[in-house]
Write a protein that binds this ligand. Structure first.
Ligand code: DGJ
Length: 741
């Protein structure tokens, strides 16, 4: 999959569907040539390099008035020599100079893919799944070696990239900016698409037209954030869900990030993704190395949905890992929205019994079980059961749940402390805090300094002691505040720029230790809902709580936006109580189920408060989900109607063989005397006859009709779904089952 043209100094990564071309410039720098639909592997492409004389620029070779880094498409631009756009790399020597000039040394091709030490990354299971090109460059002046890794997968239309820096010199070199990827695209006629929002309305789709200058999203909060997701796409203005060109760029990282697009005045577009340079500086000591997080780049000519399919398949199969990767996830009941901090062992056992009767497989005890925690003011850091609530401890409760025949899951917030805790009293120096300055709190809590191995170790020991003794098969890993006053007492002044990154490495380390010690433990990540819902976390937690907003109608947008990059198998989605805790909305239980099915499904309410009919519905929902969860987790996903654009949200999940599909249609508000509606489906077999069934409708049609003419949303007998006259209400969902005959 990697062709090297020695004469042209050109590297071509291809898999029959996509091509990525880079070359070595005469000056030794790495140039970018092409990323997109597959080109002929035998082609010669150096003529594609465009350059011309431009006034008011600087040229790096005497006598040459054509070759300026400012006007060449580059692969990993460095600061300092004739490129005035923002660089991917900026270094600094102890002499204060920030100039860097990388020169090509050699390359090698590796079968498969190497892991990234201490960082989450995509992987291969067999060597022939992917090829990796390593290009080794050097700044001879600083004795800095830079290795660029590019992996192309046979089965996925992605290129992954990361960079390793090694200091061969005798003096430290500071990395002020070390992005994971950068590409100069030959035109800028794109719109950028980002996933942005805030707590409880995460990952809304935002599209902007690009103009000369900088467009960026980022996080400075110490986690990837509710505000912006570490992902950007470039789409043509004519690109739709199913048609047209789109590039997707996703960073496998959970800390501060920057995703930036720069359009220059000659219509060249530079896109880069990596650790946010703001607040970052890494002291690369002599004979040490530094790895950037991995960036994943997707090209699709099949619209946004085509891009999502590539991300979903890759992240499901070669980013998620371990025991739970391919296993059906348990239907769970979480205690939080039902009781918050207020419960006894008896209350919990009643919940669990009812849950078991309904077919729920896992009972998750959320916040409030430890120390003296009866509100959010105390206890974080002391991971020992509160005897007033749990007289038999966590072991005793777990034992009783096992006897009931239901698995047990437990909530932790490992990275945080309350000052009112024994852990803080014995380790007041374990916080992230700046000496001599006041320290801000969030939700009355403070951030532990996970950049220090001894802090991670102290928390690991507490968790290990519980997990080793009690039958715990799941943990919910919460994280409810961002980092402020960032500083670590354990590092010297010239390493304080490392703390944000070292912090997240500590978070990864604790995850890794737990996974190694308890390989069957299912970890669900959560950060006040979706504050750290990113590709980095998927490597450790195959599912994550998408948002604290559990209202089915709000979830339409949140899950729809999230699905741009992340598969349903990763999205924790629960049926919660009515009226909804966050927005007070009343939605039918069928709608709450239909929206939550497309995720790692569960309930978050007091089942004892439901009437008999509702309990019957819950039981049926669980049976339906169990029958379909394999399809939901592994099927191909299609977005059909966008809640960002219409009064409807609709999506479809199709078995990869095209023989079975589920279509979920939700109408947000009732319509009076609405139009006829048809919904063209995707991914079916043209010549296959299907039976179509919903609660209100049943007919047969061939795949071509369903994909061309569309599924008929109207039920002609009762007028359900499209016609208000049929007595239907707001917030109405319907599921269509499409089965090959
Ligand atoms: C925030 C989480 O997102 C909620 O689901 C819940 O676990 C609370 N924290 C508990 O404090």
């Amino acid at each position: 999959m990697i062709t090297v043209n020695q004469t042209e100094h050109l590297f071509h990564l291809h898999n029959g569907r996509i091509s990525y071309l880079l070359y070595i410039m005469e000056s030794g720098q790495l140039g970018h040539l092409y990323f997109g639909k597959a080109l002929n592997p035998n082609g010669s492409y150096r003529h594609m390099i465009e350059k011309s004389h431009r006034p008011m620029t600087t040229y790096f070779t005497e006598g040459d008035l054509y070759t300026s880094y400012e006007h060449l498409c580059q692969e990993y631009p460095c600061y300092g020599t004739s490129d005035y756009r923002y660089p991917a790399l900026e270094i600094q020597g102890i002499d204060g100079s920030r100039i860097c000039k990388l020169e090509y040394q050699n390359y090698c091709i590796i079968k498969g893919k190497k892991p990234l030490p201490g960082l989450p990354a995509t992987y291969t299971e067999e060597k022939n799944e992917a090829d990796t090109l390593e290009i080794i460059m050097k700044d001879p002046y600083r004795n800095l070696e830079v290795t660029f890794s590019y992996t192309i997968f046979y089965d996925f239309d992605v290129i992954t990239r990361s960079v390793r820096f090694f200091n061969y010199g005798n003096e430290p070199i500071f990395l002020n900016r070390a992005m994971s990827m950068s590409i100069d695209m030959p035109d800028s006629h794109y719109q950028s698409l980002q996933l942005s929002g805030s707590w409880s309305r995460e990952r809304y789709i935002k599209i902007r037209d690009l103009e000369p200058g900088i467009t960026s999203i980022s996080s400075t909060r110490g986690h990837s954030s509710h505000q912006h997701n570490p992902f950007l796409a470039l789409k043509r203005s004519s690109t739709t869900e199913q048609h047209g060109e789109v590039y997707g760029f996703s960073l496998i990282y959970s800390g501060n990030f920057l995703a930036q697009i720069e359009v220059d005045n000659y219509q060249i577009l530079r896109i880069m993704l990596g650790i946010n340079p703001f607040g970052f500086q890494w002291k690369l000591k002599p004979k040490t190395d530094f790895f950037t997080p991995e960036a994943v780049m997707v090209y699709s000519e099949n619209g946004l949905n085509g891009m999502s399919t590539q991300f979903h398949r890759l992240y499901r199969k070669r980013l998620a890992r371990g025991y739970w990767r391919d296993r059906e996830r348990p239907v769970l009941l979480n205690s939080w929205e039902a009781v918050q901090f207020d419960y006894t062992e008896d209350t919990l056992l009643q919940f669990a019994k009812k849950a078991k009767d309904c077919g729920i497989e896992l009972f998750v005890l959320d916040d409030g079980w430890f120390s003296t925690r009866n509100d959010d003011k105390k206890g974080l850091g002391d991971w020992i059961a509160n005897p007033a609530k749990l007289p038999n401890g966590i072991e005793g409760l777990a034992e009783k749940l096992e006897e009931l025949g239901i698995k047990f899951g437990l909530w932790f917030e490992p990275e945080m402390v309350n000052k009112d805790s024994d852990f803080f009293r014995s380790h007041p120096d374990f916080l992230i805090q700046t000496p001599g300055r006041s320290l801000s709190h969030g939700r009355n809590q403070y951030v532990l300094d996970f950049s220090r191995p001894e802090v991670v170790d102290a928390i690991y020991k507490q968790m290990d002691s519980l997990l080793s003794k009690a039958k715990i098969s799941y943990i919910k890993w919460d994280m409810n505040r961002s980092i402020s006053e960032c500083y670590s007492a354990a590092y010297p002044p010239d390493q304080q720029g490392e703390i944000f990154h070292r912090y997240i490495l500590g978070v990864y380390k604790l995850h890794e230790r737990l996974i190694q010690a308890f390989p069957k433990l299912l970890i669900e990540s959560c950060a006040s809902g979706g504050g750290r819902f990113d590709a980095g976390m998927i490597y450790y937690s195959p599912q994550g709580w998408v948002s604290d907003n559990s209202d089915a109608i709000e979830r339409l947008k949140i899950q729809y936006g999230t699905s741009l990059v992340y598969p349903f198998s990763c999205m924790g989605a629960h049926v919660s109580a009515c009226p909804n805790e966050q927005v007070g909305r009343r939605t039918p239980i069928e709608t709450r189920g239909a929206v939550a099915y497309t995720g790692a499904f569960g309930y978050e309410l007091d089942l004892n408060q439901l009437n008999e009919q509702e309990i019957e519905t819950v039981k049926q929902q669980i049976v339906f989900y169990k029958n379909n969860r394999n399809l939901i987790a592994t099927g191909d996903f299609y977005r059909l109607l966008s809640p960002f654009e219409e009064n409807f949200a609709a999506w479809e999940i199709v078995q990869p063989n095209g023989k079975y599909a589920l279509v979920t249609v939700t109408r947000i508000l009732s319509e009076s005397n609405g139009p006829y509606r048809r919904l063209p489906l995707c991914g079916l077999l043209k010549e296959q006859e299907y039976s179509i069934q919903s609660k209100y409708l049943s007919y047969c049609a061939y795949g071509d009709e369903l994909m061309q003419y569309g599924l008929i949303l109207e039920d002609k007998s009762s007028g359900q779904i499209i016609d208000g006259s049929g007595g239907c209400q707001d917030f109405f969902s319907i599921i269509y089952i499409i089965r090959a005959k």
